[in-house]
Design a protein around this ligand. Structure first.
Ligand code: MN
Length: 285
């Protein structure tokens, strides 16, 4: 199932003929009072809601995808975990280009670990990227994004696939410079998720997907997730040895070689096999 959020917080199921509004099925989600739980309510309830979502989709008329303003498929991720250098060729380009490394320590992921992006940076592809510090290099990083579906702690790599809710494309937008990664990668709109969530049952192996991005039609990054240094199950296991993973937590699995700058007016087109593609425009804030 392909699940999206769009326009004024509508929830839709994406079928061949467009987006089918299933917002009414969300009435079955439990009412919440302060304090809110540390997970995304829809992702946590997704397995139970699925029959109702599919039934609602069959009853509603489609909206063409291109007419919808797509929001992040996860409304309230508890955290966005990201793998910094998880493709060997990107490690090599980062070490070779001072415009990328800025004298920062760039090491293999086994040594440097993962980092967190602010959840306030999350947007959908229809919202675009609002660039800040435009006097500096702002880069696109296209990545396979994994959405966690279950609460897990200290999970093994062998058990990790069972805790995945689904997948989407992630853009880990980045200002190059000397500051901590988490600061340079966390401005509002610097984590684009979309175009929709593809549930895990539709992707047998997240390590067998081609991924790419163009900017204004010119090829920039083109790679395959079989080149990930740490594959998805290992990333989940490792992350869960440090913190509890909650439904709706997002894991950005790292970007391949070919990162490059964008400026206001640029249009990025990102593609991920079995997920689809998303068009994202850049503007100055
Ligand atoms: Mn990245």
């Amino acid at each position: 199932m392909k699940l999206c959020r769009y326009d004024e917080n509508r929830v839709g199921v994406v079928l061949e003929d467009g987006i089918h509004d299933v917002t009414s099925a969300l009435d079955a989600l439990s009412a919440q009072r302060y304090p809110l739980p540390p997970h995304d309510l829809l992702i946590a309830g997704l397995a139970g809601l699925r029959p109702a979502l599919e039934a609602a989709a069959r009853k509603s008329r489609p909206t063409p995808v291109e007419q919808a303003r797509l929001l992040s498929p996860v409304a309230n991720p508890g955290k966005v975990i990201a793998a910094p250098v998880n493709y060997k060729k990107h490690l090599e380009e980062a070490l070779a280009d001072k415009g990328i490394h800025h004298g920062n320590l760039i090491g293999e992921i086994h040594k440097v670990g993962m980092f967190l992006k602010a959840t306030s940076s999350v947007v959908g592809c229809g919202e675009g990227v609002a660039l800040v510090h435009t006097d500096r290099r702002n880069d696109h990083e296209v990545e396979l994004a994994v959405v966690i579906g279950k609460r897990v702690r200290n999970i093994t790599a062998a058990d990790a696939p069972a805790c995945i809710a689904g997948y989407c494309i992630g853009l880990d937008m980045t200002i190059r410079g000397p500051e901590e990664r988490s600061m340079r990668k966390s401005p509002d709109s610097y984590c684009v998720l979309g175009p929709w969530l593809v549930t895990a049952d539709e992707i047998a192996d997240p390590g067998q997907l081609s991924i790419s991005i163009t900017v204004n039609g010119a090829a920039r990054q083109s790679a395959h997730t079989s080149d990930l240094i740490l594959p998805v199950p290992e990333l989940i296991a490792w992350a869960s040895s440090f913190y509890t993973l909650h439904p709706g937590d997002v894991l950005l699995t790292g970007t391949p070689q070919g990162v490059g700058p964008v400026k206001a007016g640029d249009v990025m087109l990102a593609s991920l096999e079995k997920v689809g593609e998303m068009r994202v425009t850049c503007r100055a804030l």
